[in-house]
Design a protein around this ligand. Structure first.
Ligand code: ARG
Length: 407
């Protein structure tokens, strides 16, 4: 309603400008407020007072001219001048009731999207499966789910993608620990965080264990059946922890929405080969990099997007590049929204720019990083427990629930 009143006032201003009552070239910010006292109508504007001086008129006189110039509108019953020159607008409650009833009769409550419906990929939550979900995953999960629901309501086709971290060197360490003592591992996996810490301790204390862990990463990447079995077992447990949290939070995420980093493994060599074929790759100390003119570090030196390490390993960016083309080519997305904290802003800028440069996505596909801040502790840094660990999300929810009930 405020918007439509602003629009009416703007039309009156245009008319008075055309008639020479107001000087040309005024671009006032039209303020419309709710009135405190309903005997003064429902909305009020101080526009006549704001423009009295440039118009060379008394505010009340200008207010009168404005009222005369306002187009008729069935949403209003009358407009009055009050005090030093306020315009008071009285809403037509019958017209309002009619509008509300029409909205109520409509499944979408009369809410419509501006523009055509789109296929929108929402990249959200995306915890690292090696560890348990922590407080940092709350925003990506909740904001992403909230936006996904709004877009869905507006008629878009929403495709949720949970880009979980289910690949990488830490898995070698975890698999080595599982292999070492399969029976104990099964029970210890109920506490992923503890399991991770125990495996890390073995890794740090025993060079022989560390070697085995590294060997297992290689075997896992080579598709060794036993490694894959352990890896699946680990991820199933970790994902079931996530699912329990999603259910508890009431967010619409299921196992079917999981498309983790590992899902893109087969495409990674092709991503690098395609970048090479496009002439976009530069080798820097053995690493394969993409340099783009618009990305420089603080000293003004070119900043690389590294897509393959000297040892042949692929990186987070390579997986994200593969994901852009999956989302374009297979999911046929018109728009992709990434709900990831703001610290990754540069990563996404570079990935988006590179994907466009390489022609991995059509130029019409929108990609937006929907960044947000981190949950910080009293020291202003990302929230940690006293011993430097992260707070498990499950503990945070338990405590929140407990405190809410004890009020
Ligand atoms: N797993 C990542 C992390 O914890 C977030 C992934 C976000 N999505 C993406 N397409 N990169 O930092």
């Amino acid at each position: 309603m405020k918007d439509s009143i602003r629009h009416l006032i703007q039309q009156a201003l245009d008319r008075l400008t055309a008639e020479g009552v107001l000087p040309a070239g005024l671009t006032p910010v039209i303020q419309v407020e709710n009135t405190k006292d309903k005997s003064h109508g429902d909305f009020a504007s101080n526009i006549a007072m704001m423009l009295a001086k440039p118009a060379g008129m008394k505010p009340r006189d200008l207010a009168e001219r404005l009222i005369a110039a306002l187009p008729a509108d069935e949403q209003l019953t009358k407009v009055e001048i009050a005090g030093p020159g306020f315009l008071n607008f009285f809403q037509n409650s019958d017209a309002l009731a009619q509008r509300l009833e029409a909205a109520l009769a409509d499944a979408k409550l009369g809410v419509r999207k501006n523009g055509p419906a789109q296929r929108v990929v929402v990249d959200l939550s995306a915890p690292n499966l090696a560890k348990e979900m922590h407080v940092g995953h709350l925003r990506s999960t909740i904001i992403g789910d909230g936006v996904a629901r709004v877009l869905d309501f507006l008629g878009d086709t929403v495709i949720r993608q949970n880009h979980v971290g289910d690949w990488g060197t830490q898995f070698g360490m975890l698999l080595a620990y599982m292999q070492e003592n399969p029976a104990a591992a099964e029970s210890e996996l109920a506490d992923l965080e503890g399991f991770y810490r125990a495996a890390k301790k073995r890794f740090d204390d025993s060079p022989e264990f560390a070697d085995r862990a590294r060997e297992l990463v290689v075997q896992l990447q080579a598709g060794d059946a036993e490694c894959l079995r352990l890896w699946h077992r680990f991820n199933d447990i970790s994902l079931s922890h996530c699912q329990a949290l999603y259910d508890r939070l009431g967010v619409k995420l299921s196992m079917a929405d999981v498309k983790g980093e590992s899902a893109y493994n087969d495409d990674l060599p092709q991503v690098v080969a395609d970048l090479a074929a496009k002439g976009l790759l530069t080798e820097d100390n053995g690493a394969k990099c993409v340099f783009m003119d618009e990305f420089k570090n603080a000293e003004g030196n070119p900043l690389p997007l590294i897509v393959q390490k000297a040892g042949g390993g692929y990186l987070y960016a390579t997986t994200d590049l593969a994901a852009t083309r999956y989302r374009a080519g297979v999911l046929k997305a018109d728009r992709v929204l990434y709900f990831v904290d703001q610290r990754q802003a540069l990563h996404f800028q570079m990935v988006f720019a590179c994907a466009r440069l390489a022609g991995f996505v059509p130029s019409s596909m929108e990609m937006e990083h929907m960044g947000f801040g981190t949950m910080n502790g009293p020291d202003g840094r990302p929230f940690k427990t006293r011993d430097g660990g992260t707070v498990k999300l499950v503990q945070l929810l338990d405590e929140a629930e407990q405190r809410a009930y004890s009020l």
